[in-house]
Design a protein around this ligand. Structure first.
Ligand SMILES: Nc1ncnc2c1ncn2[C@@H]1O[C@H](COP(=O)(O)OP(=O)(O)O)[C@@H](O)[C@H]1O
Ligand SMILES: [Mg+2]
Length: 655
């Protein structure tokens, strides 16, 4: 007969540890940040992270702090008590000694080490008693096949030395991460990355983190910052809740509509920010990162969109950590934005980003105009000698040339001077009239014209061409190494002319991201190695260009190609034809993949798609096309300047 007991037993499998550590903390910075947080909570003043030179079976990572350490009882009751909440009922609990705001909350941080290591060895000396205790947690052992049960799992004490007055002096805890499970050495940007996680704690005098003996660097390179907000607000731009614009270190303070106060600092760099990890706004609570940089889920279509590529920022919202509900994900990378209290912050952030993008756009435009005017000042004398109406035309032409971003100041002066000379000699009137009239044109076009008119000597152009060639070489290297598609994609996004010279002036477009992702799903397009879509959407005026990448080495078959075909057609219908408000009139699609043109059906398909402006090419063709244009250019120059050795040398680089 089957009987039902009065009580069931709750069983917990050792494998839950997998969810606590392994899965959440696979990046060394994330895992180690959690241990540094423990050092903070232990009132440590100095934390030393030591990373091995290479990863081997014996390699270990250590995190050593000079905090209060633990007595055996504390090891048992605090450390080895999974899920113990040290803040108990008080979210604002402070540490005993230094009265720091406690970062720990969930009682599982120590398992972060298992994200990258199989064994965690703890050596701790209690400040209170001088006792020294050593024990080890071995993941395989803990996960075993046994149920841990609610009771116990034996953890062997490896070493114990009783109370000792002298030893009290060297109190602290060292965590040894052993049996490291990393394929590669820890990345070189680890220190900066770590600095970003503790940005605000680092500023406090009594907490210093070192990596292999070196102090953490500044989390943000302050050298290349163009604007800092709220500091750089004009009076009429200031939000109504602003309390301070700048507290002396570039941070402002603002009261949100919802009543909470945050400190914040948004910075616009002078150049676009390449590091994914840096771009966007990070949120900190009590000095520790709780939301990795993001853009408050803004989805495109904002004025000054490009600003987003220049933006980094930090928001210090300590209240997040004191809310009754825990809204910070366990691994402290994301905030749960579905909560009323966080929602308000999200809306605020989106508003600030939009506003600052708008301001940035206006200021950049103004600044650029000023810069161009300043540049042209070099020629003030010579312009002054021309009849007034002529001076006006030439000045306009010079301003046009000055607006080409890729020209350095020197190049501008040389070009400008050549243009003026030609004008003065009466050779160029028509041409310059033309330049002054053209709305915008690229450096290549200009150089083309000027060479045609024999305005320039070959050499300074050769220099410019050389930069192009080096850039192509950079791409070739990435492809040779079969880098991830998205690395290559980002490179191309920066130099879109690599795909086709006509794309020189195109810029990234983000407003269609959602739609394109949906369509890509619908047509079952392949994902990149990292499980994400790898595409690039560029625009210029009413033209839209969608480029799809497949990792070098992966081949494309007819079935793939047909799905791309459908996908491009769907974009055409959805964006260009059905939605004239989108402003886009022309669509060109590119697919870059390997293994094209192997069979006749494929060749035929590619041809028919070409007529519809859907172009497929392989990586090798992309490179050789990109080179071809410039090579001709150089050859043409060499013919004009047959005696120039430097040109010859450049040409030889091609062979
Ligand atoms: N480096 C350390 N020095 C002293 N005590 C520590 C250290 N690391 C952990 N502990 C103790 O172990 C407890 C559990 O740590 P952890 O698993 O990170 O959870 P939490 O930080 O949420 O309490 C801490 O609250 C602390 O009492
Ligand atoms: Mg902790």
């Amino acid at each position: 007969m089957v009987e039902c007991p009065d009580y069931f037993k709750l069983k917990v499998h050792g494998r839950v540890l997998e969810h606590l550590g392994i899965q959440m903390y696979q990046r060394p910075v994330n895992a180690i940040a959690e241990l540094v947080a423990n050092a903070w909570d232990a009132d440590a003043v100095r934390v030393d992270i030591n990373l091995p030179d290479s990863i081997s079976d014996e390699a270990e990572i250590t995190i050593k702090d000079d905090g209060v350490g633990m007595t055996p009882e504390e090891c048992q009751d605090k450390y080895l008590y999974v899920g113990w909440n040290r803040r108990a009922d008080n979210p604002e609990a402070k540490t005993d000694g230094k009265k720091r705001r406690v970062l720990g909350r969930k009682g599982i941080g120590k398992f972060a080490g298992f994200g990258i290591a199989g064994v965690i060895r703890i050596e701790t000396i209690s400040q209170e008693t001088g006792e020294k205790t050593v024990f080890e947690l071995d993941l395989d052992d803990l996960m075993g096949d046994d149920y841990i049960g609610t009771g116990e799992k034996q953890i062997k004490v490896v070493e114990y030395d009783g109370p000792d007055e002298e030893r009290k002096e060297v109190h602290g805890t060292t965590v040894h991460l052993q049996a490291i499970r990393l394929k590669q050495k820890v990345r070189r940007d680890f220190p900066r990355s770590m600095a970003r996680r503790f940005l605000l704690l680092q500023q406090q005098a009594e907490f210093n983190v070192f990596v292999n003996g070196a102090e953490l660097p500044e989390s943000v390179d302050l050298q290349n910052i163009q604007f800092v907000f709220p500091r750089d607000y004009e009076q009429d731009e200031e939000p109504s809740g602003l309390i301070t614009k700048d507290d002396g270190s570039g941070w402002g303070e603002e009261k949100l509509a919802a009543g909470r106060t945050v400190r914040w600092r948004f910075m616009l760099h002078t150049e676009t920010i390449d590091e994914e990890e840096l771009r966007g706004v990070a949120v900190y609570a009590n000095g520790k990162l709780v939301q990795t940089p993001f853009l408050f889920y803004l989805t495109g279509g904002i004025s000054g969109q490009h600003a987003l590529e220049y933006l980094t920022g930090q928001v210090q919202a300590d209240y997040l950590d004191s809310l009754e509900d825990d809204i910070i994900t366990t691994e402290r990378q994301r905030i749960n934005w579905e909560h009323d209290e966080t929602r308000a912050l999200l809306d605020w952030g989106a508003e600030r980003v939009k506003q600052i993008a708008r301001i940035w756009k206006a200021r950049r435009a103004k600044k650029r105009r000023q810069q161009i005017e300043e540049k042209v000042l070099v020629f003030a004398d010579r312009l002054g000698k021309l009849p007034k109406t002529e001076a006006k035309t030439v000045r306009k032409a010079l301003e046009k040339i000055g607006s080409i971003e890729t020209l350095s100041d020197d190049q501008f002066e040389e070009l400008g001077s050549a243009v003026l000379t030609s004008w003065e000699q009466g050779r160029l009137h028509e041409l310059i009239d033309e330049i002054a009239d053209v709305e915008s044109f690229s450096a290549t076009q200009l150089v083309d014209i000027l060479i045609e008119q024999e305005v320039l000597t070959g050499l300074n152009i050769a220099e410019a061409v050389k930069t192009k060639i080096l850039t192509i070489g950079g791409l070739k290297k990435l492809i040779g190494k079969a880098e991830l598609e998205n690395t290559i994609r980002d490179y191309i996004a920066e130099y879109p002319w690599l795909i086709s010279p006509g794309l020189q002036t195109f810029t990234k477009e983000k407003s269609l991201r959602k739609l394109l992702t949906q369509l890509a799903k619908k047509y079952n397009l392949p994902l990149g190695k990292e499980g994400k879509r790898v595409d690039l959407v560029l625009t210029s005026g009413d033209q839209l260009v969608v480029i799809e990448f497949m990792q070098p080495g992966l081949t494309l078959d007819v079935d793939h190609l047909s799905r791309y075909d459908l996908y491009f057609r769907a974009i055409k219908t959805n964006v260009i034809e059905a939605n004239t408000a989108s402003g886009f009139r022309q669509l060109t699609g590119y697919i870059v993949a390997d293994g094209l043109a192997r069979d006749p059906v494929m060749i035929d398909k590619i041809k028919s798609m070409r007529d519809e402006k859907m172009l497929a090419m392989d990586w090798a063709t992309l490179i050789s096309n990109a080179l071809e244009g410039w090579k001709e250019f150089l050859e043409a120059l060499a013919i004009r300047e047959p005696r120039d050795d430097r040109l010859k040398a450049l040409l030889e680089d091609f062979e």
